[in-house]
Write a protein that binds this ligand. Structure first.
Ligand code: PMP
Ligand code: GLN
Length: 381
């Protein structure tokens, strides 16, 4: 047999996997990969157990169970005033990753251009490339990682088929304002460009700010697929459950790929989620919960040699180390793990052309004990 021609010849193992391996090898505190080191609510776990015992152990409907789609539609309507029909405009997915991959596969043909704002979460570009698309990278502007809309517009061409938006933004913690959404809408005009909006951190926004979902903007919503993740909201990243919402014309096409990709996703967890979502405090209380963790982390490192702007959303905090060393962020992340026992993510891996802004990303979705140990280490750097 001749050598296999890789579809993704330049792709390396993800930075999350690499930092996890290093953290394990050196018994380091792992603030690298984003996951809570505490359990989901006992009631949610009981509901999953109950669904298994009650016999919801065979395939669910392709789009997800109706009661879950219905409550998702109600949640979006009450938060953003947008009405998605549960029958035709919501699909339950195996986490946001599957929703994003499926959406990209549904709409991207060879040669289509997709705008990706950098630094970007790492699952977008491989999906675009695997479908023969062309990622068009636009760097966000420091210090707040904002979009330069003039630069954005310069990258739109006749081949642009999709724009990927992520708000609240991983890794910077930035959030798009209403004015940003207006700029996006104006930039897209009457083109047929589709927007893929990754909103997995929708319930983790701080200091009284509001998450501006693209579903809440009538014009944008008509061309947008919004993706969400129960993993982030309910401390259950290992369950890989999420959903997406889009107008029927887009969702119909999405489901053609979804059906032959996974057919359907985990049935007992869908049952549990449908009941658990009935109480809105289960997701509305998350802002305050994570704001307390962010503040504990930031109060802990006050007076250290790291500089920071308090993150506005997500459970990630960027720390600038340019007063400490001029090492590359990849080198410092490794050295902190090996020598100090604290793992983080170097964000140059998500930037255009590996630009190094001397910043590391720390995940504060951790218990108080873990955060206290981490801040002691950071104080000693
Ligand atoms: N998008 C972003 C920005 C993320 O941070 C994550 C979490 N890793 C995902 C998508 C994937 O979410 P899920 O774990 O539900 O697939
Ligand atoms: N979303 C998680 C993060 O940003 C990582 C998930 C993964 O390892 N792919 O840390």
């Amino acid at each position: 047999m001749k050598p296999i021609l890789s579809k993704l010849p330049d792709l390396k193992t993800s930075i999350f996997t690499r930092m996890n391996v290093l953290a394990r090898e050196h018994h380091a505190i792992n603030l690298a990969q984003g996951f809570p080191n505490f359990e989901p609510d006992t009631r949610l776990k009981s509901l999953v157990n109950q669904a298994i015992q009650e016999g919801y152990n065979q395939y669910a409907p392709m789009e997800g169970i109706y009661s879950l789609r219905e409550i998702i539609a109600e949640k979006i309507e009450s938060l953003h005033g947008a009405r998605y029909h549960p029958e035709t405009e919501i699909t339950v997915t195996a986490g946001a990753t599957q929703a994003l991959f499926t959406a990209i596969t549904t709409f991207i043909r060879p040669g289509d251009e997709v705008i990706v704002l950098k630094p970007a979460y790492d699952c977008y570009e491989p999906a675009i490339l695997a479908n023969g698309g062309v990622p068009v990278l636009v760097q966000l502007k420091e210090p707040l990682y904002e979009v330069d809309w003039d630069e954005f517009r310069e990258h739109l061409t006749e081949k642009t088929r999709m724009v990927i938006i992520n708000t609240p933004h991983n890794p910077s913690g930035g959030i798009l304002s209403r004015e940003d959404l207006r700029e996006l809408g104006r930039s897209l005009g009457d083109s047929n460009i589709i927007v893929l909006s990754d909103e997995v951190y929708e319930h983790i926004v701080f200091d009284g700010k509001k998450h501006n979902s693209l579903s809440g903007d009538k014009d944008l919503a008509s061309r947008t697929i919004v993706c969400a993740s129960f993993g982030k909201t309910f401390h259950s990243t290992g369950w890989k459950m999420g959903y997406c919402a889009a107008p029927v014309s887009l969702m119909k096409e999405f489901q053609k790929i979804h059906e032959f990709n996974v057919f359907c996703v985990n049935h007992p967890i869908q049952r549990a989620m449908a009941t658990y979502l009935e109480q809105s405090e289960h997701y509305l209380d998350l802002n305050a919960f994570y704001q307390a963790k962010r503040d504990l982390f930031l109060e802990g490192i006050a007076g250290s040699r790291f500089r920071f702007t308090p993150t506005r959303g997500t459970y990630f905090q960027l720390l600038d180390y340019s007063d400490i060393t001029d090492e590359r962020d990849t080198e410092l992340a490794k050295r902190l793990t090996v020598e100090k026992g604290l793992a983080s993510i170097p964000i140059s891996t998500f930037n255009c052309a590996g630009q190094d802004h001397k910043q590391l990303r720390f995940c504060f979705a951790k218990t108080t004990d873990t955060l206290e140990k981490a801040v002691n280490i950071l104080q000693s750097v």
